[in-house]
Design a protein around this ligand. Structure first.
Ligand code: PMP
Length: 295
């Protein structure tokens, strides 16, 4: 599903067939989760294939490496250019791009002895945004920010996300909402969270969340469209008084939340601030003007 016999990926300076690319079973990343990655989208826009916010994603990749002391010295410009080449070589338009920085064979817990890099891409259908999610409050908290670098997109952090997602699905929900170590709402396993109350959008501040690039785009949309937005800590109980809510992330885009722990939101999604943001986001990623979106 991620590749066919003709798929090419970028691996350590070369384009190679996915079927012929290989890695080492003694990688520090495989054993200890000590690696960093990104999740990026390309869209077939009105002006051709565009990678959405490539600069911001590769800036975060470099920052993630620096934060966990993985030496990595590609430039943002080169990374962006390679990504476009991966798309072109595979004739991809609407696609998901996955860069991964992983470490050399090393069974100790000391600094990496070498670093490898790959960029793979696969087709990822156009904006859907039609579903709405039944969300539960996870029993898994986000990690203590003093134990890990929360701003970094580190492979090992995703065990926490996988546990929360599995728990949610087992309980019959679509998605989990995770709290921080103090019981304040943090984020989803792979997306940031917003809710609406009395004409204002609220979202948790940085600290126990990944600084999402989509979250930042939502901030920009709100500024542009004069939608009031406040960053604050809040407890899950507050959500039962909320008018609407949504998750946002590169993969999820802007997605409606229908209910939390079975309690439905009072506002129909189509009338919510989230729906306005969703429409604007869709226009931005597709390179269309969104000035016509009526608030
Ligand atoms: N939080 C987590 C834990 C994530 O994995 C993601 C996806 N990268 C996000 C939030 C959203 O980030 P972005 O908008 O940059 O994709």
């Amino acid at each position: 599903m991620y590749f066919t016999p003709s798929t090419q990926l970028y691996h350590n300076g070369k384009f190679v067939k996915a079927t012929e690319a290989s890695t080492d079973l003694y990688s520090q990343t495989l054993h200890y989760g000590y690696g960093v990655f990104e999740g990026i989208r390309a869209y077939k826009t009105v002006n051709g294939v565009k990678i959405f916010k490539a600069h911001e994603h590769y800036e975060r990749l470099l920052k993630s490496c620096a934060l966990v002391s993985i030496p990595f010295n590609y430039s943002i410009e080169d990374l962006t250019q390679i990504s476009y080449q991966v798309l072109e070589r595979n004739n991809l338009k609407d696609a998901y791009i996955r860069p991964l920085v992983y470490c050399a064979p090393n069974m100790t817990l000391s600094a990496p002895t070498g670093v490898s890099f790959m960029i793979a891409a696969w087709e990822w259908g156009k904006y859907h945004g039609l579903q709405s999610l039944k969300v539960c409050v996870s029993s898994f908290q986000r990690p203590n920010p003093k134990s890990v670098k929360m701003e970094a997109k580190v492979c090992g952090h995703y065990v926490n996300s996988i546990m929360a997602t599995n728990e949610a699905k087992k309980r019959g929900f679509d998605e989990a909402l995770m709290l921080d170590m103090n019981g304040f709402v943090a984020e989803g396993p792979g997306a940031n969270f917003f809710y609406e109350k009395d004409g204002v959008l609220y979202t948790p501040p940085l600290g126990s969340i990944l600084p999402g690039i989509t979250r930042q785009t939502v901030f920009e949309i709100c500024r542009e469209m004069d939608l009031p937005l406040v960053e604050k800590l809040f407890r899950p109980e507050e959500l039962f008084e909320a008018d609407s809510a949504f998750f946002c992330g590169t993969a999820a885009e802007v997605v409606a939340i229908e209910s939390i722990e079975g309690q439905l939101f009072s506002k129909p999604w189509k009338q919510s601030m989230g729906a306005v943001v969703q429409e604007a986001y869709k226009c931005i990623v597709l390179d269309k003007s969104y000035s016509y979106v009526i608030v």
